[in-house]
Design a protein around this ligand. Structure first.
Ligand code: FRU
Length: 483
C-alpha cells in the first residue's frame, strides 16, 4: 500500500463513531486536524479539505482530509485526498486552496521538504498542484509549480506557504504567506494563465510590526465595493480592547487596483474574539455568497480530554457582508432548514437565577434579545449542570461580554476567561448562540462581532440557566438543530 492507502485504511479501522463527534461542525473521523484547506464548490457540492494527521491526536506529517456537503451543515467524510508521499512534499502537504476548472477540481498546496545543510536542518516550502474528480486526486507531474527561488532576493524560502487561488478576467491569481528579511510576515501575489506556470507579481501587504510576526493562511477577495485581505498572524501582542496575545486572524479592508496590483488597506481588525479560532478561509458560492470557515482551535490551546481520539473542529461556515465599512458574519442561512422544536418567549423577565422550560440542549440555535433592564450583569450559562458550566456574561455598564469556561473540566492551565468589548453598542443587544456539543459560537448584534470557544464536558451537562443581578427583559427563541 502507498502512504495514502495506508492512511485511509488506518482511518477506516480507527474512526470514531459519528455520534461521539459534533453533529454539524466538521471534525476528522480520527486524529488531529488544523486549518481548513481547499474550501470550494465543485460540481454543485461544497468541498472542504483540512490539515490532517490521522495517526494521533497531535500534529504530525500533514495529509489532506476531505469532506463534502450540499448545504454546509450536513457533511459527508471522504477518504483523505493527499498524503506526503513525494520527494517535493515528503515532510508535509501543508495548507492550500482549491478551484473548479473547466475540466477538473484543482488543489494547490504547500509541499514541505527538509534537509541537512552544513550541519543545520533546513526546510523548504514550495507550491504544488493536484487534480481530481471530487473524490480522488493525482499530484501534477511538474510539481512544484512555484519554487521559492522565484521570490525576490531576501524573501524567505523556509516560510512560504498556504496558497489561496482565484480566477479573474482570464488569469489565475495566488496569494501566499511569506517572511521578509526582517523576519516579519508579508503576503506575496503570483499570476498564471494555466495554473502550472506562475509569475511573481508583487508584495500585496506587509507587516510593519503591528501585527505579530509571520503571517499565515492569507485570503484575498472582493466584497461589496472593497477588497478584503485575511491573514493569520503568529505571536500577536495584546492591545486593549483590540487584540489578544498569541495567534489570531485579522482582516484588512481596502481598495485594490487591478492594473497596478497595489492594495491600499486600513487597520487590521480581529475576525473572532474567542480563544479558539485560527486560519480562516473563504469560498464564493455559485449564488454569489462569500462564506468563511476556520479552525475552531488555536495552536497554544489543547483542552480536549486525553481519551478523545479526534482533536479539533471547524467553525460553522459564516456568510460575510460589508455594511458601513464593517465586516459582518452570520451563520450560513442553510442552518435554518435544520431548525426543529421551536421554543419562544416574548418579554421574559429574568431576575436572579432562571431556567425556562424547553430551553436546554447542546445542539441548538438560541437567540436572545435584551430589551431593557435595570442591571449590571446578565449571564447565560450553557452546558450546565451541578458539576460543569460555561457562561457568557454581559456587563451593561462596561458594554462587554465575558466568556468563562473555568468549570468545564479542563485540567489545563490555559485561557479559561476572556472579555470582548462591544464595539457597536445598540439599544437592544442581540445575541445568537450556536451550540454543537463541544462548542459555542456567539454572534453579537447581527454578527458585528463573533466569539468562538470550545469546552469538552459530558453531554449530560445540557442545562441553560439565565442569571441577572437586577431585572432584565428578554425575547428568547430556541431551536434544536437536527442534521
Ligand atoms: C497554520 C499553519 C499553516 C501551515 C499549516 C501546517 O495553522 O501553520 O501555515 O500550512 O498550519 O499544518
Amino acid at each position: 500500500m502507498n502512504k495514502l492507502e495506508t492512511a485511509n485504511s488506518y482511518i477506516e479501522k480507527n474512526k470514531v463513531p459519528k455520534e461521539q463527534r459534533p453533529d454539524f461542525h466538521v471534525t476528522a473521523p480520527v486524529g488531529w486536524i488544523n486549518d481548513p484547506n481547499g474550501f470550494s464548490e465543485y460540481r454543485n457540492q461544497y468541498h472542504l479539505f483540512y490539515q490532517h494527521h490521522p495517526y494521533s491526536d497531535a500534529w504530525g506529517p500533514m495529509h489532506w482530509g476531505h469532506c463534502t456537503s450540499g448545504d454546509f451543515i450536513k457533511w459527508e467524510t471522504l477518504p483523505d485526498a493527499l498524503a506526503p508521499d513525494e520527494s517535493y512534499d515528503e515532510n508535509g502537504c501543508f495548507s492550500g486552496s482549491a478551484l473548479e476548472t473547466d475540466e477538473e477540481h484543482a488543489l494547490v498546496y504547500t509541499g514541505v521538504t527538509e534537509r541537512e545543510e552544513n550541519g543545520k536542518k533546513c526546510s523548504y516550502q514550495n507550491q504544488c498542484l493536484a487534480f481530481g474528480d471530487g473524490k480522488t486526486y493525482r499530484k501534477f507531474a511538474g510539481n512544484p509549480v512555484i519554487d521559492g527561488n522565484q521570490l525576490p532576493e531576501g524573501f524567505s524560502r523556509e516560510d512560504f506557504r498556504d496558497p489561496k487561488i482565484w480566477f479573474d478576467n482570464g488569469s489565475y491569481f495566488l496569494v501566499a504567506g511569506n517572511r521578509k528579511s526582517d523576519g516579519l510576515g508579508q503576503v506575496v501575489l503570483f499570476r498564471s494563465t494555466d495554473l502550472k506556470d506562475w509569475q511573481y507579481v508583487t508584495v500585496l501587504a506587509e507587516n510593519d510590526g503591528t501585527y505579530g510576526t509571520m503571517w499565515e493562511c492569507p485570503d484575498f477577495f472582493e466584497l461589496g465595493n472593497q477588497h478584503v485581505l485575511i491573514v493569520s498572524p503568529q505571536d500577536m501582542r495584546a492591545v486593549e480592547n483590540k487584540f489578544y496575545n498569541g495567534n489570531h486572524a485579522l482582516y484588512f479592508l481596502g481598495q485594490f487596483n487591478k492594473t497596478s496590483c497595489q492594495f491600499d488597506y486600513n487597520e487590521g481588525v480581529m475576525l473572532d474574539y474567542g480563544p479558539d479560532y485560527y486560519a480562516p478561509q473563504t469560498l464564493l458560492t455559485n449564488d454569489g455568497r462569500r462564506i468563511l470557515i476556520a479552525w475552531m482551535q488555536s495552536w497554544d490551546i489543547n483542552i480536549k480530554p486525553a481519551e478523545q481520539r479526534w482533536n479539533g473542529m471547524m467553525t460553522i461556515p459564516r456568510e460575510l457582508s460589508l455594511v458601513d465599512g464593517h465586516l459582518y458574519q452570520q451563520p450560513v442561512r442553510e442552518l435554518e432548514n435544520h431548525r426543529v422544536n421551536p421554543v419562544i418567549y416574548k418579554n421574559a423577565e429574568i431576575s436572579g437565577e432562571v431556567s425556562l422550560p424547553g430551553i436546554k440542549g447542546r445542539v441548538l440555535d438560541l437567540s436572545a434579545e435584551v430589551l431593557s433592564g435595570d442591571f449590571e450583569k446578565l449571564t447565560i450559562h450553557i452546558a450546565h449542570n451541578a458539576e460543569y458550566t460555561s457562561c457568557f456574561t454581559y456587563n451593561q455598564e462596561e458594554q462587554s461580554i465575558e466568556f468563562n469556561r473555568t468549570y468545564s473540566g479542563m485540567r489545563r492551565d490555559v485561557i479559561s476567561q476572556r472579555k470582548m468589548k462591544l464595539d457597536n453598542p445598540e439599544s437592544t443587544l442581540k445575541l445568537r448562540l450556536i451550540l454543537d456539543k463541544y462548542s459555542a459560537e456567539l454572534f453579537v448584534n447581527d454578527g458585528y462581532q463573533v466569539f468562538s470557544a470550545t469546552f469538552y464536558t459530558p453531554l449530560e451537562a445540557d442545562e441553560i440557566v439565565f442569571r441577572c443581578d437586577g431585572k432584565a427583559n428578554l425575547n428568547i427563541e430556541k431551536y434544536d438543530i437536527q442534521v
